[in-house]
Design a protein around this ligand. Structure first.
Ligand SMILES: C[S@@+](CC[C@H](N)C(=O)[O-])C[C@H]1O[C@@H](n2cnc3c(N)ncnc32)[C@H](O)[C@@H]1O
Length: 245
């Protein structure tokens, strides 16, 4: 059975027509009936959200692997980050919505990494592994022929139900992603990361301000209003050597 976290960190099942292991019946969209009787409250809410969410429908119609694809499209529409030929690294890339958008918008090379397996999406290079594992990180770094222009992170720690713990774990992933970006980005490069309510704060914000010309926060319309997530966008990487743009 395959599964991965959705953009709000909730468990999602990659094949909505596949029977779920929690005995929750077949989850289908369109005209087929949904058997929700055996589902728990949070699973029922998840099903309702999926069925009523226009972004889920649009993702299906347009062939995106995840509704999260629209978040990157909207961020790019606003901040124009995806330049033709750009070298992109996508941290927490499963099931591949952001990879699709990056390629569609002209990225020259894309490397993605995730804990979960990702169906191939040529020419993107995909690593299955834990980004916080030094061995995996070294493998990722070794695959970079040249410095990336754009480092993306949509990584979300699996939710525990304890808000503060979830927040801290996702913040730790954003900090690790920022450290990677600072170590590898090309001058003038960009870093985008999911962060939770309140945005980048403390050490993360200081790190970004010291290394990028501008740091902004933005919650794209595709990010569910009830979700605590927002995104930090840091542009003009100068690695502490003064602004490059
Ligand atoms: C919200 S999903 C990403 C959706 C993706 N942007 C897309 O458009 O398809 C978050 C992903 O982060 C991944 N993740 C969380 N912690 C990770 C880690 N330590 N290393 C690699 N991936 C991680 C999860 O496995 C999950 O697939």
């Amino acid at each position: 059975m395959t599964g991965s976290e959705d953009s709000e960190g909730k468990r999602r099942w990659r094949r909505p027509d596949v029977k779920r292991p929690d005995g929750g019946g077949r989850l289908t969209t369109g005209k087929q009936k949904v058997h929700k009787k055996k589902l728990g409250k949070s699973s029922r809410e998840w099903v309702d959200r999926q069925l009523n969410d226009p972004y889920v429908r649009r993702a299906k119609e347009q062939g995106y692997r995840a509704r999260a694809a629209f978040k990157l499209s909207e961020i790019d529409d606003r901040f124009r980050l995806l330049k033709k030929g750009a070298r992109v690294v996508d941290l927490g890339c499963a099931p591949g919505g952001w990879l699709q958008v990056a390629l569609e918008r002209g990225a020259g090379s894309v490397i993605g990494i995730d804990l979960s397996p990702v169906d191939p999406l040529a020419p993107a290079e995909i690593i299955e592994g834990d980004f916080t594992d030094p061995v995996v990180l070294a493998d990722l770094a070794a695959r970079l022929d040249q410095s990336p222009d754009l480092v993306l992170s949509d990584m979300a720690a699996p939710t525990t139900g304890h808000k503060q713990t979830d927040h801290l774990r996702t913040l730790a992933l954003a900090e690790a992603a920022a450290r990677f970006a600072i170590a590898h980005l090309a001058p003038g490069g960009t870093f985008v990361s999911k962060v939770f309510q309140g945005g980048a704060q403390g050490e993360l914000l200081e790190m970004l301000k010291a290394n990028f010309a501008r740091v902004r926060h933005w919650k794209p319309p595709a990010s569910r209003p009830e979700s605590p997530e927002t995104f930090v966008i840091a542009v003009g990487f100068h690695g502490g050597n003064g602004p490059t743009d």
